[in-house]
Design a protein around this ligand. Structure first.
Ligand SMILES: Cc1cc2nc3c(=O)[nH]c(=O)nc-3n(C[C@H](O)[C@H](O)[C@H](O)COP(=O)(O)OP(=O)(O)OC[C@H]3O[C@@H](n4cnc5c(N)ncnc54)[C@H](O)[C@@H]3O)c2cc1C
Length: 270
């Protein structure tokens, strides 16, 4: 922090991006500041405060749920649209962030900008097929979480591009979802594992089941085969027999983003 020379508080995304891309300022974006305050590189000379940007709104657009990158965990927790989406999973996950003080400051944009193992939203948003709108030199584009993280170091949110919103697709609105954070205490940021589960029923059949896993690596990952579940099969009362059970066992082989399949048992489960 001792190397900070300038403080900028632009009111448009265009101005903010222009400043970020101007190498002479050596700027880093600052949203809630909860992570930046702990991990500011010495090379940074300009604080680019995002608070005056119009990035806070939460709205429905074309049936999708669109969350502004500047929305805080607390705002997301209390928002009516978030509470009504997929059984309220987005709000419920926001409420699991460590303390009210952090929830008041920390933003969803800052949470997904840098892949950190214990961050709550990457795993939830990966599970919900959310996309992130990124404003970079060439214009704006929508990227899936996997694409965003795979684009590093070309795209470095906060350093050479800005995240402006998170788009959660309409198709997930009626999913039944759960978010589980296994940690020493409810208020711990550090967790042993975070899990996102989703299921969709059509009539009596389970048309989709999905698991996404966080905390085991900086980038969350999905259980690709077992996680997608036996589509079209009847619900839990029928149980798993024969081939489905073998499939479920194989489902324990999880694949990280951009990594080859590897067995979970023994490596992570002790
Ligand atoms: C005590 C403590 C407890 C915590 N507990 C939790 C927890 O339980 N769960 C959890 O998930 N996290 C937790 N965190 C981590 C942190 O609070 C979150 O990751 C938070 O969401 C970061 O958001 P922020 O707005 O504060 O980001 P900042 O600290 O302002 O920025 C973080 C990074 O993101 C970049 N950035 C921010 N906004 C944007 C944007 N719109 N576009 C591009 N880049 C951007 C910044 O440049 C910076 O590199 C905790 C942190 C602390 C200090």
């Amino acid at each position: 922090m001792k190397n900070i020379k300038y403080y900028a508080r632009p009111s448009s995304v265009k101005d903010a991006l222009a400043l970020l891309l101007d190498r002479k300022y050596k700027a880093l974006a600052l949203a809630g500041g909860t992570l930046v305050a702990k991990t500011l590189p010495d090379s940074v000379e300009t604080y680019l405060d995002l608070k005056d940007l119009p990035l806070k709104g939460i709205k429905l657009q074309g049936g999708n749920l669109v969350i502004g990158a500047g929305a805080t965990f607390d705002e997301i927790d209390r928002d009516r649209l978030c509470r009504g989406w997929a059984g309220g999973i987005v709000s419920a996950a926001a409420a699991k962030c460590s303390s009210q003080l952090i929830r008041n400051m920390a933003t969803i944009g800052g949470n997904v900008a840098r892949p950190h193992s214990f961050n709550i939203f990457p795993v939830v948003l990966l599970g919900l097929d959310a996309r992130v709108r990124v404003q970079a030199k060439g214009g704006s584009r929508l990227l899936g979480l996997e694409e965003l993280y795979a684009a590093a170091p070309l795209l470095r949110p906060g350093s050479n591009c800005l995240i402006t919103e998170i788009v959660i697709p309409a198709a997930t609105k009626k999913w039944k979802c759960e978010f589980v954070k296994l940690a020493k205490t409810d208020s711990s940021w550090e967790s042993y594992v975070t899990l996102f589960f989703a299921a969709e029923r059509r009539g009596k059949a389970l048309s989709r089941a999905r698991v996404a896993v966080g905390a085991l690596s900086p980038r969350p990952f999905r259980a690709p085969r077992g996680g997608e579940g036996p589509a079209g099969r009847r619900g839990p009362r029928q149980g798993l027999r024969g081939r489905p059970r073998r499939r479920a066992r194989r489902g324990l082989r999880l694949r990280g983003v951009g990594q080859p399949a590897r067995p979970l048992r023994g490596r992570y489960l002790r």
